[in-house]
Ligand binder design. Sequence first.
Ligand code: 2HA
Ligand code: ZN
Length: 271
Amino acid sequence: MNFLESRFVKEVSEITDNMYHQGWDERNGGNISYMIDEEYVREYFPKDVFVRDIPLGFTADEVLRGKYFLVTGTGKYFKNIIKNPEANLGLVKISDNGQVAHLLWGYKDGGKFTSEFPAHLMSHAVRFKANPNNRIIMHTHPTYTICMGACLPADEVIFTRKLWKSNTEAVVVFPEGVGVLPCMVCGTTEIGEATANKMKDHRLVTWTNHGIYGAGNDIDEAFGLIETVEKTAQIYMLTLGHVVNEIPDEVIIGLAKLWNLKMMPGVIEEK
Ligand code: 2HA
Ligand code: ZN
């Protein structure tokens, strides 16, 4: 079977096309990594034959060694993936020493994985330990989320509270709240470590003045988390300075009780 026709390539091509059309992924903005179980890889690659090796530039966590990832390429545009997945995506296997990505498929024009691969792999390791079903790390630049981060202190309790108070869906979709990082240099192992540290408690982490990371068991979960933050941030920004009806704390607590959710502590005072 041809990997180009796999559901994995199809899913990533379709969601990146969707995200581009949301206006979130200008130029080469955004990146996705999809951990694919070996049993599925074997349906397309009966044995490992590597096209070339690409150094990671850091040492991947032990839980990721020998694992396979379908990853967007550095400098590649989300809008082009659906037209030419083989040039814009790559399937890599993390080496046994955690220092190399063995390329099995893709990056056809000599490219390599996204510059944010450290943040992706470090986040995968943390989410995988918290939840062995996690498969997706997704990064994008949603406009209203970036606007909202610019209008608030870089504080996850404040950011989460504003989201929960603006849209009744928010606490239901992300009861654990949203992690917030201050503005930092991206593409580095430092921002990767900081992101992964937040991913211990959150499936969502914003990078102030830059964008957001989402994690999930599948593309729908990661995308659904991000689109709910973005929709809520849009509501927040469009009503900023005009709000008459803010969601009362009692309703947020009521929603969490109704759905049996554990809320991020310190955001809403329980009475
Ligand atoms: O890949 O989004 O954060 C382009 C970016 C960098
Ligand atoms: Zn980015």
